[in-house]
Design a binder for this molecule. Structure first.
Ligand code: BES
Ligand code: ZN
Length: 456
């Protein structure tokens, strides 16, 4: 068995691997929008067939939401699990895309070749890095060096509602020596990163209703309460002028950063000015006594993700709307309890409603922050393997995003999880013109082959 031969095979097969990824990217598996349910199903079928083409036993497993894909291949120890998600984010605003988000293509850019399309980086391109590493390994060596389970989810982008029951019901099958999650990024452009902590997420949607119908703002404006005014006042009050969140009890369970992690992060070459400068901003907007890196990796936040009410079409309409709504998310750290925060937030909003106003709630995902166990021996082995592939040694980093499953491996299956991914900050995940660098895809596949070699 030779790692070099597997790496050479990966290089030689990159074109075919890219074509397979492009094929998967053509399926608009937007999990949050029921209109795309059949497409989510199709993406799951595609993955089942692809895993079967490797020789794996693979199945689409139904859930009350979108199906999971579970596959098994190989024998022996250790038993590794690969997790990725095949669902993608909605594509709006569509007019800001330079091409059809689901007609992906390999594009030449001044910075190199990129695969452009929704899901290219988050997460289909990343998910396929380890499938392709396994394919090359098998092609070169006849079989894998150990037992591997593939576990692909179709609801990650919509809060993973079916995940906990599915993991509990299939615990025996999904419990492995370690779970490898490919859904995060590099640190900068060429430093591989292993994520040691991830933020949790709580999603809340509220609709405030005042009058029972829309009114003429000349006839009723003044005496009739405007729900947009109520909603904006509540939203404006969610942060104080130091950038702290005002929901009672919100900071319960938020730890101070341990000194050793602070020191680790200080060694990372993170350029605060260019982090904001790259998106044409200059002034950090969060908690005033924190650095941007701390704000993203280790502090909780509250963001309004969408707001709706009144007349927003072309032209102008003097309407006094009956309803106004907002989608608000909280990123959580440490021991913050998403359910307690949901309760406190709702009580806080309700306490500020004036007479004649009502609020309706729709809760979205609620997952706590997660902390990885980096003393598990697989971490050091993977760190060295990554350092062989990339120009810089691998770094331990935090992650501002959320991946609900990261904590569930430990809490439900007692399996440690390791997060390694190859996305770049400018991949425009969740935004128009999402891309994945061909070099991320290529070196990502090579990285997994090296990690597989190191762990087995
Ligand atoms: N791949 C992301 C997580 C991520 C974001 C990693 C940024 C690295 C940098 C993941 O697919 C994601 O977007 N998660 C959602 C989860 C939510 C909908 C429960 C998120 O973070 O908003
Ligand atoms: Zn995402």
């Amino acid at each position: 068995m030779s790692l070099d031969a597997t790496l050479a095979r990966i290089d030689a097969d990159l074109g075919a691997a890219t074509d397979r990824l492009i094929d998967l990217l053509r399926i608009p598996s937007i999990s949050t929008d029921p209109a795309f349910k059949a497409d989510c199903d199709r993406a799951a079928d595609w993955l089942v067939a692809d895993l079967q083409s490797l020789g794996a036993t693979a199945e689409k497993r139904p859930t009350p939401g979108h199906p999971m894909v579970v596959g098994h291949i190989g024998e022996g120890s250790p038993h590794l699990l690969f997790y990725g998600h095949y669902d993608v984010q909605p594509v709006d605003p569509l007019d800001l895309w330079d091409r059809d988000p689901f007609d992906p293509q390999l594009e030449d850019t001044p910075a190199g070749k990129v695969i452009r399309g929704r899901g290219s980086s988050d997460d289909k391109g990343q998910l396929m890095t380890f499938v392709e590493a396994c394919r090359a390994w098998i092609a070169e060596n006849g079989q894998l060096p150990c037992k591997i389970t593939f576990f692909f989810e179709g609801e990650e982008e919509s809060g993973s509602p079916s995940l906990i029951p599915f993991m509990k019901d299939n615990a025996d099958e999904l419990k492995t020596d370690i779970a490898l999650i490919c859904d995060t990024g590099l640190f900068g452009d060429s430093t591989p990163a292993i994520v040691t902590m991830l933020r949790g997420l709580l999603g809340e949607e509220l609709t405030i209703t005042a009058a029972s119908k829309d009114l003429h703002s000349g006839m009723y404006g003044g005496p009739a309460m405007n729900p947009i005014r109520v909603l904006s006042r509540i939203i404006a009050g969610l942060h104080d002028d130091q950038g702290r969140i005002t929901v009672p009890g919100f900071y319960d369970g938020v730890p101070e950063l341990p000194d050793e992690i602070r020191a680790q992060w200080q060694n990372l070459a993170f350029d605060h000015a260019s982090f904001l400068g790259d998106v044409d901003l200059s002034d950090p907007a969060g908690e005033q006594d924190r650095t941007p890196l701390e704000m993203i990796w280790s502090r909780p936040t509250c963001e309004v993700n969408g707001i709706k009410g009144g007349y927003t079409g072309d032209g102008f309409k003097t309407v006094l709307p009956s309803k106004a709504s907002a989608k608000i998310s909280f990123r959580l750290v440490g021991q913050q309890d998403p359910h307690a925060i949901r309760e406190n937030f709702r009580a806080y909003v309700e306490s500020q409603l004036p007479a004649d106003c009502e609020v309706d709630w729709h809760g979205h995902g609620a997952s706590p922050a997660s902390q990885m166990q980096i003393d598990h021996p697989a971490f050091e082995a993977a760190r060295l393997a990554l350092s062989d592939e990339w120009p810089n040694p691998a770094a331990y980093v935090g992650c501002g995003g959320s991946i609900p499953i990261a904590g569930y491996f430990k809490s439900i299956l007692d399996t440690d999880a390791m997060l390694i991914g190859f996305g770049k900050d400018d991949d425009q995940i969740h935004s128009p013109n999402e891309k994945y660098d061909l070099s991320s895809f290529h070196k990502g596949i090579r990285s997994w082959a090296r990690i597989l070699d190191a762990l087995s």
